[in-house]
Design a binder for this molecule. Structure first.
Ligand code: ADP
Ligand code: MG
Length: 233
């Protein structure tokens, strides 16, 4: 089995806040992983560290076989960890062309990726006219332009209506079916159960469970599930 990412004893302090405490897990090629935990459990901090935008306090991580420097390895990683941000008065297609130009990617990829996220018919619409769900889908298309080994998404369905949520989840499953490894951070148990095969459960910066989603579901006494929004407390 090919390992995409290995995290060992990762810890992070923001001043007095101990955001991550000895977090360890690994990601194998071809699976769909969830990082599940309530707000503040350390999901985004974990992603920020491995994407080299947040400094770790201690511990380590390595991409792929660890033989290339992080900045080179990250060229094979697609990530959406912020709200989608494109030029509002440029069309969807123009925005993707710009991304291709900046990253030296062939424009020929654009058609396929717009199709994958269901935006072909809106390719000539300005970004400013897009709903949040469409913006998120354009961000996914953009992150996939260079055919990354792994796609990382941080709470991609937050703020979307039920139809938008459904579309994003279906697109993630479609991407995974093509063999792309996925790492999805979510505070929603049902989202992880619907989309992921593997899960790392975080609580207050610690790994509570790591393994198959089926194995987690069999252990649900582990978690207190809130009755109203299905999040893990
Ligand atoms: P999650 O993504 O699971 O909601 P985060 O990784 O964003 O969790 O946050 C983990 C903890 O670290 C929280 O207590 C949060 O308040 C804190 N935290 C996150 N980012 C910062 C920051 N830039 N400065 C200080 N504290 C932070
Ligand atoms: Mg977060």
């Amino acid at each position: 089995m090919e390992t995409i990412l290995t995290i060992q004893n990762l810890s992070k302090r923001y001043g007095r806040i101990h955001a991550l405490k000895n977090v360890s897990f690994s990601i194998q090629k071809g699976h769909v992983y969830g990082i599940l935990g309530p707000n503040g459990s350390g999901k985004s901090t974990t992603l920020g560290i491995v994407l080299n935008v947040v400094n770790k306090t201690s511990g380590d991580y390595k991409w792929f076989d660890g033989n290339v420097q992080t900045h080179k390895a990250l060229k094979k990683v697609g990530a959406i960890i912020e709200r989608p941000n494109f030029y509002p008065y440029m069309t969807a297609e123009e925005n993707l062309k710009l991304v291709c130009k900046i990253k030296s990617i062939n424009y020929s990829k654009i058609t396929e990726k717009l199709d994958l996220v269901g935006l072909t018919e809106r390719k000539d619409s300005k970004f400013s006219t897009f709903s949040l769900g469409m913006k998120q889908r354009l961000a996914i298309a953009s992150a996939l332009l260079n055919d990354p080994e792994i796609l990382i998404l941080d709470e991609p369905t937050n703020g979307l209506d039920p139809q938008g949520i459904h579309q994003i989840r279906d697109i993630i499953k479609e991407i995974a079916s093509h063999g792309t490894t996925i790492l999805l951070a979510s505070h929603l148990l049902d989202e992880v159960e619907k989309v992921c095969s593997h899960v790392v459960v975080l609580r207050k910066g610690e790994v509570l469970y790591s393994g198959s989603v089926d194995g987690m579901s069999a252990n649900e006494g582990f978690f207190e599930i809130s009755s109203n929004d299905n999040s893990v407390l």
